[in-house]
Design a protein around this ligand. Structure first.
Ligand SMILES: Cc1cc2nc3c(=O)[nH]c(=O)nc-3n(C[C@H](O)[C@H](O)[C@H](O)COP(=O)(O)O)c2cc1C
Length: 205
């Protein structure tokens, strides 16, 4: 059982990085293997809308690190998708990964449907994986960012574990890195990790 955490902040050691790491540490304590991927360390180009993945069955953009991250996502049982709120949205680097992973992951197994034809649905690269957003903002916008990630997860055939509140952190006034002081935020992530453990055990039994 392996859960990976994507940290979408350009600041590796920022609040998002802390909260993703915090969640992965709780999962490690439960015997679940984890890996944190700080997108700040990777060169990821944006989706260019070429549709080549429909036939190629993978993203054809060359010269960046996307496929390495995509393979880690495919090989996992699920992922934490962490992003700071930037003007109430996820960061461009996380969006670039999710656009390319979601679109090419769909054509991994399916054929593009002809007009008025229905799918013979074969799942996506991420079908049945557990996906949980973790978002952080200084003041407002966590839920918009959270919703963007939820929309990605739920159109990609994933299973979304909940918690006792939305998985959001309140931190970063004036750019401060102080998510460790957000006790309520950490408690939400404690319960999220309990629910991820519960679901992983049910799914893998
Ligand atoms: C470009 C930019 C846009 C931001 N937009 C928002 C926002 O919409 N709402 C908010 O409360 N904080 C906003 N912030 C503050 C960040 O969400 C906050 O500093 C957060 O801690 C950054 O995450 P990080 O520490 O993981 O880098 C913004 C910060 C930047 C740099």
């Amino acid at each position: 059982m392996k859960i990976i955490g994507l940290n979408g902040s350009p600041r590796k050691e920022g609040n998002t990085g802390f909260l993703v790491k915090y969640t992965l540490e709780r999962l490690e304590e439960k015997g679940i293997e984890t890996e944190q991927i700080d997108l700040a360390d990777y060169n990821i180009k944006q989706c260019r809308g070429c549709y080549e993945c429909v036939n190629a069955k993978k993203c054809t953009i060359q010269g960046d690190d996307f496929l390495e991250i995509f393979e880690k996502m495919v090989d996992s049982d699920g992922f934490i998708l962490g992003s700071p709120s930037y003007h109430s949205s996820m960061t461009p680097r996380l969006k670039a990964v999710l656009d390319r992973a979601g679109f090419s992951g769909r054509w991994y197994a399916n054929e593009m449907k002809e007009k008025s034809d229905s799918y013979e649905w074969k799942g996506t690269a991420f079908s049945g994986k557990l996906v949980a957003p973790v978002t952080v903002a200084r003041r407002a916008g966590q839920n918009f960012t959270f919703a963007q990630i939820l929309l990605w997860a739920t159109v990609n055939d994933c299973i979304v574990p909940g918690s006792n509140y939305w998985n959001v952190g309140v931190a970063g006034k004036g750019g401060a890195v102080d998510a460790d002081e957000d006790e309520e935020g950490k408690n939400i992530l404690n319960h999220l990790s309990d629910n991820i453990e519960f679901l992983l055990k049910k799914i893998n039994k």
